[in-house]
Design a protein around this ligand. Structure first.
Ligand code: ATP
Length: 407
């Protein structure tokens, strides 16, 4: 038996794209009308994967901390925000003929002559900055503290490509961490560690993650130090996430400040920004998890997701779907209670058991539970492990605990 991660394989991207479509993770946007470049639609398992990643992120960076405040700002903001932030003047990429093209999506707010030109946000960060005062007034946080937001961002990329890597509509998860200027190096280092820890936690192949110190000429206009976390995607080593020291650039531009109530002084806090793209996280996760195993001349492909992240935690099957006793037992005594407890539980009675295993392998389901004739006698089921293919007998009454112990 040979297990390999086929990252070297030049066909890996094609395999992942095809699996994502076939198994209901990710579809090309507006496909029935010929598609729309740079957009993707997420199917049942794709949404489940996204939600798991987002929940995990929120839990780590917001819920488990005392110094973090959540935020969900509007996507369409007053255009003055984007003038102040520097995006109207400078958020551009060169086109093929060398002209600068501003990649912000324009839109019009309101009707007729009253309408004003605005933009769909190209980053979630500004929604956080313009709510700095609201957050401080509402919660009176002491420095250092952070505001976290996840949500859609839009960029009219000149050349969207590489599946969900470079899209025109994507999702970001960002923290703006407000500090005193003199502490920036300490917190830069701290957030570097936090980001690496999270990447490992969700199951990225850390051997494929590289840190790139972005040089003086290459940093964004607001940044004094930036690290790009790059990942070995099948199409090359490319930016996965970024960590930037944004100085006091944004708060200064929006003319916002902070009053230290204890010291009675006014300061403009500086900012460390860990910025993570959800879609790139998912692509890196798919690349990390995709496995092929050759056994007796047949190739089995599976997604080795961590149980905490997998879109389906377990699938329940009656051994034969034309035996009402088995179906009834599997449905009422196994599937229904597990579904009620975990939500992400699949019912699979299509084709023979081998085919069901292959299907669940491709979805990345860690455990397949089968109800057979012995179950009717002794109230035990077979649990088959996705990665090893090994099977064990477990009492139905212990199933919930079995799963809980593994997520
Ligand atoms: P790139 O250099 O690849 O265009 P960027 O440096 O402009 O990316 P940032 O502005 O730092 O990206 O955005 C923060 C994060 O948002 C990125 O690290 C990435 O994860 C994600 N991201 C940016 N642009 C896109 C896009 N077009 N499609 C998907 N995710 C994106």
């Amino acid at each position: 038996m040979k297990t390999k991660n086929t990252n070297e394989n030049s066909e890996l991207m094609e395999k992942i794209v095809s699996l994502c479509k076939r198994r209901g993770f990710i579809f090309h946007g507006s496909e029935v009308y010929g598609g729309l470049a740079g957009t993707f639609d997420w199917g049942h398992f794709g949404v489940a994967l996204k939600n798991n990643i987002k929940q995990n992120w929120w839990k780590k960076f917001v819920d488990s901390r005392r110094d973090m405040y959540g935020m969900d700002a509007a996507i369409i903001m007053n255009p003055k925000v984007w003038e102040a932030s520097g995006h109207v003047a400078g958020f551009s990429d060169p086109t093929e003929d060398g002209k600068q093209f501003n990649v912000m999506f324009k839109t019009h707010v309101g009707a007729g002559e009253e309408s004003t030109l605005s933009y769909l946000r190209p980053e979630t960060a500004q929604g956080i900055f313009v709510n700095f005062k609201n957050t401080v007034d509402a919660f009176h946080p002491k420095l250092p503290f952070g505001i976290a937001q996840m949500g859609k961002a839009f960029r009219n990329e000149i050349a969207p490509r590489d599946f969900i890597f470079r899209q025109r509509e994507f999702e970001q998860m960002e923290v703006e961490y407000f500090i005193r200027q003199e502490d920036w190096e300490k917190y830069f280092e701290y957030w570097r560690g936090e980001m690496l820890e999270w990447m490992e936690e969700i199951g990225l192949d850390m051997g494929k993650v590289h840190e790139l110190e972005v040089g003086d000429g290459d940093r964004a206009h607001y940044s004094k130090r930036t690290i790009d976390f790059e990942f070995d995607f099948p199409f090359g080593q490319k930016e996965l996430f970024g960590l930037a020291y944004r100085t006091a650039f944004d708060l200064n531009n929006h003319k916002l400040e902070y009053v230290d109530e204890e010291k009675g002084e006014k300061i403009v806090p500086h900012v460390i920004e860990p910025s993570m793209g959800l879609d790139r996280a998912i692509l890196a996760l798919l690349v990390s998890a995709y496995m092929e195993e050759e056994k007796e001349g047949e190739v089995r492909s599976y997604l080795k997701f961590k149980p905490s992240i997998a879109p389906v935690i377990c699938a329940v099957s009656p051994l034969l779907k034309n035996k009402p006793d088995l179906v009834e037992y599997a449905n009422t005594k196994v599937f229904a209670p597990l579904k009620a407890e975990f939500g992400r539980v699949a019912w699979d009675d299509n084709g023979n058991i081998g085919k069901r295993y292959r299907r669940q392998d491709e979805v990345g389901t860690p455990y397949c539970i089968v109800v057979d004739f012995d179950t009717l006698e002794d109230d035990t089921v077979t649990i088959r492990d996705r990665d090893t293919g090994s099977q064990e007998r477990v009492k139905v009454i212990d199933l919930e605990k079995y799963i809980k112990d593994r997520i």
